[in-house]
Design a protein around this ligand. Structure first.
Ligand code: SF4
Ligand code: SF4
Length: 353
């Protein structure tokens, strides 16, 4: 299991289950008080790894699985090239002065061969999603559920809304795409995904996609490594610039996936007969409400995006700055992009080919 309870929670166990912050925080009813054993437990079958309970426990007794040691050993061994792929939400997380170039230098200092932005793979997936929309939504009443980047959204669909799965596009997440492309180009490479998300640790281990990402590191875990090695990324020289479009960069905040795919569709197929009407669910509660509406046939939209965390990945369980600041940084980085949509730059199309 990705989530575990450490220690005996001796104070909380005396309280009524209804008063327990961890129990109340879980949108999937996966945490419970085991009165007989005198412990708080996580039901691994129900847990989606959203990380809400980790945030809720002020005593830090609920933790996610940490993969420091195998990553450190891999980097120390230097037997194979190890690539870092980093989630679009990273902008602003390590301080305002840490540019993508400085982050690349810092990661190379700890042994990574290179840093690749997942935003570039969000670009690639968006082109595929725009084509899917063109093919799936041809008539009034048709709708498409973007598989987008969020494993919580996908788990909800696969576990609790099976009837809607036929409307979900078959794309893998940008994280998985990043690992697969790197390994296609460099077959002996290992890939470490860095992000704000605990659920990505589970996604990386899913049987049909576990070939792509070897380890997942969260922003705060990476920060601990920097501190232990006395590396201050803000003080380093920047190394090479980035090629992702605005669209791929804003995936990190709620609504960004829709905006990117709609802009791509409008560019790809300006005369598509059906206008895109999008809805983006912000957090698990809204995800469930939107999917309930879809089940009941009450939708007045034809494009559905869902993000398990409020605010999107900038509100993920392992971010290091407030989600509003994270969103501001992501929007600013998006506006600085040389290319507006994934179709405007050469990189996404080149990788797709
Ligand atoms: S990680 Fe999320 S789903 Fe799992 S127990 Fe914690 S709150 Fe519940
Ligand atoms: S919205 Fe939250 S759960 Fe979903 S991918 Fe982002 S950080 Fe992970």
């Amino acid at each position: 299991p990705i989530i575990s309870v450490v220690g005996n929670c001796s104070e909380c166990i005396k309280k009524d289950e209804k008063e327990l912050k961890c129990v109340n925080s879980c949108p999937f009813d996966a945490i419970f008080k085991d009165s007989q054993a005198g412990r708080i437990r996580v039901d691994a079958d129900k847990c989606e790894g959203c990380g809400e309970c980790v945030k809720a426990c002020s005593l830090e007794r609920i933790v996610d699985k940490i993969q420091y040691m195998p990553i450190v050993n891999l980097l120390k061994d230097k037997k194979v090239p190890v690539y870092a792929t980093i989630a679009p939400a990273y902008i602003g997380q390590f301080g305002d002065e840490v540019t993508p170039g400085k982050m690349r230098t810092a990661l190379k200092m700890i042994g990574f061969k290179d840093l690749i932005e997942v935003a570039l793979f969000a670009d690639i997936i968006s082109i595929r999603e725009a084509i899917e929309f063109k093919n799936l939504v041809k008539n009034v009443g048709d709708f498409m559920i973007t598989s987008c980047c969020c494993p919580i959204w996908m788990s909800l669909l696969k576990r609790h809304y099976k009837e809607l799965v036929e409307h979900v596009t078959p794309s893998v997440s940008p994280m998985i795409a990043s690992g697969r492309v790197i390994k296609k180009i460099c077959p002996d490479a290992k890939v470490v995904f860095i992000g704000p998300c605990i659920a990505k640790k589970s996604e990386a281990k899913e049987p049909d996609i576990k070939d792509a990402i070897d380890y997942v590191l969260t922003f705060d875990e990476l920060n601990e490594i920097f501190k232990a090695l006395n590396i201050d990324p803000s003080k380093l020289e920047g190394d090479v610039s980035e090629y992702s479009s605005k669209g791929g960069r804003i995936y990190a905040r709620v609504g960004g996936v829709s905006e990117c795919i709609i802009d791509t569709l409008n560019k790809l197929s300006p005369n598509h007969p059906i206008e895109v009407k999008d809805a983006h669910a912000n957090g698990v509660k809204e995800c469930k409400q939107l999917l309930d509406k879809a089940l009941k046939g009450e939708l007045d939209v034809n494009f559905l995006e869902g993000m398990g965390c409020i605010g999107g990945c900038v509100g993920g369980p392992r971010v290091m700055v407030d989600k509003e600041l994270g969103k501001e940084c992501v929007n600013r980085y998006g506006n600085e992009a040389q290319y507006h949509t994934p179709l405007d730059g050469p990189c996404a199309m080149e990788v797709l080919r």
